[in-house]
Design a protein around this ligand. Sequence first.
Ligand code: HCA
Ligand code: CU
Length: 383
Amino acid sequence: EPVFKIIDTTLREGEQFATTFFTTEDKRVIAQMLDDLGVEYIEVMNPLASAQTAKDCEIISSMGLKAKIASHVRCNMVDVKEAINRGITVIHMYMATSPALKKFSHGKNLREIIEAAKEAITYCKERNVEVRFSCEDTFRSDLADLLEIYSTLSEFGVDRIGLADTVGVASPLQVLDTVRRIARVVTCEIGYHTHNDTGCCIANALLALQGGVTHIDTSVLGIGERNGITPLGGFLARMYTYNAGYKSMIIERYNLRVLKPLEEYVSHCAGVDIPFNNYVTGWSAFTHKAGVHSKAVLQNPSSYEVICPDDFGVSRDIKLAHRLTGWNAVGERSTQLGLDLSESSIKEAAKFIKTLADTKKVDLEMLDKALQNVGGGRPVNYG
Ligand code: HCA
Ligand code: CU
């Protein structure tokens, strides 16, 4: 399997989400939880963003975490020096290379971009600082330019290059193709960062890995500019289910039970709810309803679940009281209630609840009453 490392950028890209506000304590808690979960890198903001941001960079980098702390800065000496002075030992630099962005930011040509990167790389390497250079808006940049920048910097000694789909525009096969072409001309590590404007962020992260990428950027709940980037939980779900090799690697390498409390914490700081259909942790992610599904899941959960909820510390829910229910599911409920009912009584209760549910929304209490009724023969008023 291609090995990969996770660079979680909740504390950088995630702070760029519309309604995020992190106090110093929030950043400390999130960094600690990310470290407990086991991500390999935690990306923090440019210390030049604000005075408190600079202090927070120092605080996070001196927490003694297992994860490497990387600071995300523009590709210039002022930014790079400031981050290193704050105790940062991994520099993630970026510079726009697409015609669409170049002219609104630095206005440099290809040669000047490469020179600026080389100067910063030299400064980092002289100080034993790991350094990555990323072409902002990679997928709207000229391929010839990309190949030249990346191959030159790889040869020059950059530790990692980054491909950034800043606007979330690339299609999956385009990502695979571009990554492959770039991987052929470099010997360094390759990172991939993608926004989710067109809903391809997780698929594209997978294809980037298949093409030769080694590091994937994520954020908790996918928070970031606009509608965000590859979500940590969704990416873990994707890789966990990709094949048996990845599954055992992920279970071994990451403490998956930290995901849910981490998401809950971040959702609070970002001022958003966890979506009902969120990967793994959404409230309906392991909720089964139709009789056919419920019966099968009761016998063998993997019939309709590709992820074992217990691995992530979340639980399964089988909805029993509705008109799609079946007598197997109803029988399971009678067992939960400790009732000792015959098959025909269970079938009678199931039939009753299905008929009732054709006229209105029913709940578990009504099903329980029906089961008790067929068992004990007591008349019950169902309203
Ligand atoms: C941004 C920059 C960035 C950088 C990604 C990277 C992007 O637009 O704020 O450094 O690889 O999406 O291009 O997040
Ligand atoms: Cu981004």
